[in-house]
Design a protein around this ligand. Sequence first.
Ligand code: NAD
Length: 522
Amino acid sequence: RPAAADAVAAAPAYPTTHEKIEKVGNTPYFLDNKFVQSTTDKFIDLPDPATNNLVTRVPQMTDEEMKAAVASAEKAFKGWRDMTVLARQQIMFRFVQLIKDNMDRLAASITLEQGKTFADAKGDVLRGLQVAEAACGAPELLKGEVLEVAKDMETRTYREPLGVTAAICPFNFPAMIPLWCIPIATITGNTLILKPSERDPGCAIILAELVQKAGFPPGVVNIIHGAHRTVDFILDEPAIKAISFVGGNKAGEYIFSRGSANGKRVQANLGAKNHAAVLPDANKNHFLNSVVGAAFGAAGQRCMALSTLVMVGETKEWLSEVADRARDLQVNGGFEAGADLGPVISPQSKQRIEHLISTAEKEGATILLDGRGKVPSKYPNGNWVSPTIISNVTTDMTCYKEEIFGPVLVCLNVDTIDEAIDLINKNEYGNGTAIFTRSGATAETFRRNIEAGQIGINVPIPVPLPMFSFTGNKASVAGGGASTFYGKPGINFYTQLKTVTAMWSGADAVAKKASVHMPTLQ
Ligand code: NAD
């Protein structure tokens, strides 16, 4: 175990400005309810995306430290599993309240490390908080079933925790995704090792402090840091029984296959290319606000961003008004009042997004609104891409085929709703889609025929609330989406069913010959 002297008191405080931090520290990891500095000599620099000034250094933890985290989670498991579900529920109630009390602090860490605006960062925390609130209903959700099969025989099911579980998180929702995992994994009686994104782990570290304050016993939630090597450690560690992954397809498909091959349960939510179809009978003003908000909010770095617009019939005439509203959005440092979108995560990401815009130009599309090269005066060194609209796009273009993950809306024209459905269904991804129409019949045709996991009818970002589940489809999930995050399927993922069949009359049996036939329980 690392020396206790290395433990620091609490998660660091976060400034609410983008000013240069004079004394940059290293992000601690979280073991046995203590914050610990890694002894590694390998760190990943974490710059503020608005300035590229250094915020912190994230350790690539040593094998010894990661093994200690697993040993701690294994040790904590028995006591946590044996605690009554009501006691776990009380801890979750306190965790919920602490998240509410620390909302601004959590959001500030997100704005500083991830770049999204402070208001949007609070939305990130809130959507995670709702999962923790729903997890408080676990006594109901964990109930098994019982059937009196015959007058003296009954069958019952129990939901039992798996043991040590792990979560591997992406950069774009530093609060929400850890909170898809911490509440559901723990309320069901498991312990959890969480690896936040190495690009913005600060929010997870504040959540760790709240875990400690809420009264989770030491080792129930441990937080480790690193990149691919840390992921490989999780994938190959025999004590880890299940892995939750959210991120891109390259990492996700690798994690799903290697984790599954090692005999673990794996749930993996992957990339997206979400389409919005707009019909001429839609409420135009609602559509304009919805598509502009959902395409460019969070600088397009949401897995449910509406990045692709399919304009049916004469709605193509509305595109100039989409561009007018997009042009009005303020791109600025996330702490600045009035900022609508902040920077993208890294200089590499900005370069990749700009490259995809230039491929569209080369391949014959029109750059209707060009967000390249616009820099807010106060932040000359940030990773800025302003809202960009590419029109006259066809499905063979690179900007259509790839997930851009930036503030770029690609627009295609079709003549009918059937063509729109056909186009959307041919796309390899199936995370979410939206339709804008006032016709119930058209919406119903769309709902029935579309191959996407989450559909918005006049709702631009239809992320389900936690009493439902996050139901991506096609290439947006690994393993065919058999196991989805939160809601009843989330409880199912983190529990093993045990079925007991009992017959008490047999206890008094007097027959001398054994029956060798398969019992049929008829
Ligand atoms: P990412 O795949 O680069 O990283 C996610 C995690 O995997 C990180 O913790 C990272 O350390 C690890 N990782 C990255 N590459 C790896 C590799 N080659 N081997 C092993 N581990 C690796 O994703 P990101 O850029 O952080 O997040 C953006 C992506 O996540 C987008 O594609 C977005 O659509 C997706 N996403 C999906 C959902 C969803 O629910 N479907 C939600 C949020 C984000």
